[in-house]
Design a protein around this ligand. Structure first.
Ligand code: NCD
Length: 310
């Protein structure tokens, strides 16, 4: 994958997903060492180009790059818009002239990482674009499920919430179905995309039916900023119908795990108790995100595997 862009899961085949997950499993060991640093990407430069706020993803890419000894440059822009597309491409080209080895892009408009990739020499990794894709989140979610369950093929995964506006849902739908899992989506009708079945998933408006016998429950953030848009009547109604707590979780398999990409609205999509305790694996997802992004930086911008250099 050296020099290749990673713009979405849609275009990734099963072999490449498995290669990324296997490489991430090897990277996990570095995070357990006393000195969490290897020289693999020494002399390489990674640019974080975030046009939208981010806590987890940006920090995780930064830590991942630093653990591999890359020079990581954070170029944070608090906001931008399509009308600024021109200056955005100029910015990207300017950074490209400094010869980075990978550019990580997040933008609120779908398709911007692709447009940037079209004009850059450096490989571009999509860190979330609008409601389109968030491939590294889906990959760390697949890694987390694989390590919890020992497989992905044949599992049932229910994704709950605002599916229509979620890049996390879309990337996970592509990823989990490609690895042979059954994916269900559930939420109020206004949060379900029309014709979601073309993505190979079944849509439910009943949480109970969606959870019936599933191995994995993934809750998505309710975007409070969209409340004015009439997507659902009130937070209280949403949380009583689709908010997960231990009582509702009983519809799933007894050993089901609960996931959330963060940030969590506590007491809305997840009860306080579930947000903090098993079977939720939210902090494992965050931890796995670092190893997963190390794997991607190594595969896309690297040379020798860490062990070979010791
Ligand atoms: C998600 C995102 O930004 O797409 N968060 C993340 O990257 N962990 C989900 C969200 O913001 O709801």
């Amino acid at each position: 994958m050296i020099g290749q862009d990673l713009l979405g899961i849609e275009s990734l085949d099963r072999e490449r997903i498995e290669l990324i997950l296997e490489t991430a499993e090897k990277m996990q060991e570095i995070g357990t060492r006393d000195v969490k640093k290897v020289p693999t990407l020494r002399g390489r430069t990674v640019v974080n180009l975030f046009f939208e706020p981010s806590t987890r993803t940006q920090t995780s890419f930064e830590i991942a790059g630093k653990r591999l000894a890359a020079d990581v440059v954070n170029f944070s822009v608090s906001s931008s818009s399509l009308s600024k597309a021109e200056s955005l491409l100029d910015t990207a080209k300017t950074l490209d002239a400094m010869d980075p080895d990978a550019v990580i892009v997040r933008h609120k408009v779908a398709g911007v990482p692709q447009r940037i990739a079209d004009v850059l020499d450096a490989p571009v990794i999509n860190a979330g674009d609008g409601a389109h894709e968030h491939p590294t989140q889906a990959l760390l979610d697949m890694l987390t499920v694989y390590q919890e369950k020992g497989r992905i093929e044949g599992l049932s995964v229910a994704i709950i919430g605002d599916i229509a506006h979620s890049r996390v849902a879309r990337s996970n739908i592509y990823g989990f179905t490609r690895l042979g899992a059954e994916v269900r989506v559930a939420g109020p009708p206004t949060m379900l995309p029309p014709q979601v079945d073309v993505l190979g998933v079944k849509a439910y408006t009943s949480l109970r039916e969606a959870l019936d016998g599933v191995d994995v429950v993934m809750a998505l953030r309710i975007q409070n900023e969209r409340l004015g848009g009439g997507i659902f009547p009130s937070v209280r109604e949403y949380s009583s119908t689709f908010g997960l707590d231990r009582a509702k979780l009983r519809f799933a398999r007894p050993d089901a795990i609960v996931m959330h990409p963060g940030p969590v609205n506590r007491g809305v999509e997840l009860s306080h108790d579930l947000a903090d305790h098993r079977p939720s694996v939210i902090l494992d997802q965050v931890r796995n995100g670092v190893a997963l992004r190390m794997a991607l930086l190594y595969l896309i911008a690297g040379r020798d595997f860490p062990q070979d250099q010791e």
